[in-house]
Design a binder for this molecule. Structure first.
Ligand SMILES: [Zn+2]
Length: 296
């Protein structure tokens, strides 16, 4: 497939892409890259957050990309010869996919460019360089340091109420912190956790082991629903995110509590005296919640 126009996937401001954005980016890359080969790779600096792997200019070359997939917020490209390329966009990373025939000049902070045999130019731009690129042997994935301690995938069949229950049963850490802990469950950022806890009527400071099985069942369902809605809306971090057609992501309009401090709670607003959304700090991050709907 040869692209006839630019496909731009880009968080506009400094705002860490969360799981739905990464999934959306991945879906945009699949048609351009699946079944293709890299014919050359331009490496314009030695590192991002970590040094580029030493085999980056040779190992992926002329090998067919058999699969693109996601693990947590890592984009993984599996090659036919048993190696995989890992890309993490950090806080400010963007991938630009263009037709090679457009003769795009080097962009600012464009640290890597992959050229494919179907005429694509894939540029990795990362002004703050918190991203990373890695290479590993696909069958060694469980030993590869960035991936080996990752927890459950919330969009996989493994994310069941029983699994969530066993994760929560053994810890007195606040449920919000448990959901943000990548060693337990991956890819749930602050926005999605606030929204899921609000929908499940669970106070973010409750200890994980205090939640009933029924509460965890609702919470799990809302987590899955919210992530799927955000992906359907084209990723989420919304005002900061533009998808392939250049339109801003629409998921921000679906946020019920996140960044809405002081606004009437959308759940109890039909009552004569609705509560207002409050903000509190947990482990250095803002939590938004309704004190009426989410009792401690
Ligand atoms: Zn409320």
């Amino acid at each position: 497939m040869v692209l006839s126009h630019a496909t731009i996937v880009i968080p506009l401001r400094i705002f860490m892409p969360e799981l739905p954005e990464v999934e959306t980016i991945l879906q945009s890359m699949k048609p351009a890259l699946t079944g293709q080969k890299f014919t050359s790779i331009d490496i314009n600096r030695p590192d991002l957050r970590t040094p580029f792997p030493s085999g980056l200019s040779t190992i992926p070359l002329n090998e067919t990309v058999v699969r693109l997939r996601r693990r947590a917020k890592y984009i993984l490209l599996d090659f036919q010869h048993g190696w995989s390329l890992l890309i993490h966009l950090g806080m400010s990373g963007r991938l630009f996919i263009d037709s090679a025939t457009r003769n795009i000049p080097l962009r600012r902070h464009e640290h890597l460019i992959f050229w494919t045999d179907n005429g694509c130019r894939i540029g990795l731009v990362d002004p703050r360089r918190f991203g990373m690129v890695g290479l590993f042997q696909t069958d060694q994935e469980n030993q590869y340091p960035p991936l080996k301690h990752l927890g459950l995938e919330p969009l996989s069949d493994d994310f069941t109420t029983d699994q969530l229950s066993s994760i929560c049963a053994s810890t007195r850490v606040p449920i919000k912190n448990v959901l943000l802990d990548q060693r337990r469950i991956v890819g749930l950022g602050n926005i999605y956790v606030c929204e899921a806890l609000f929908k499940a009527h669970i106070h973010p400071a409750r200890t994980a082991d205090s939640l009933t099985y029924e509460e965890l069942h609702h919470l799990r369902r809302f987590i899955t629903d919210i992530l799927q809605s955000a992906i359907a809306a084209g990723g989420s971090t919304l005002r900061d995110y533009v998808h392939t057609d250049g339109q801003p992501g629409a998921f921000q309009e679906l946020h019920l509590v996140y960044d809405r401090e002081g606004e009437p709670c959308p759940n109890c607003a039909p009552e004569s005296r609705p509560s207002h959304i409050r903000r509190m700090m947990q482990s250095g991050r803002s939590t938004f919640f309704c004190p009426h709907c989410q009792k401690i």
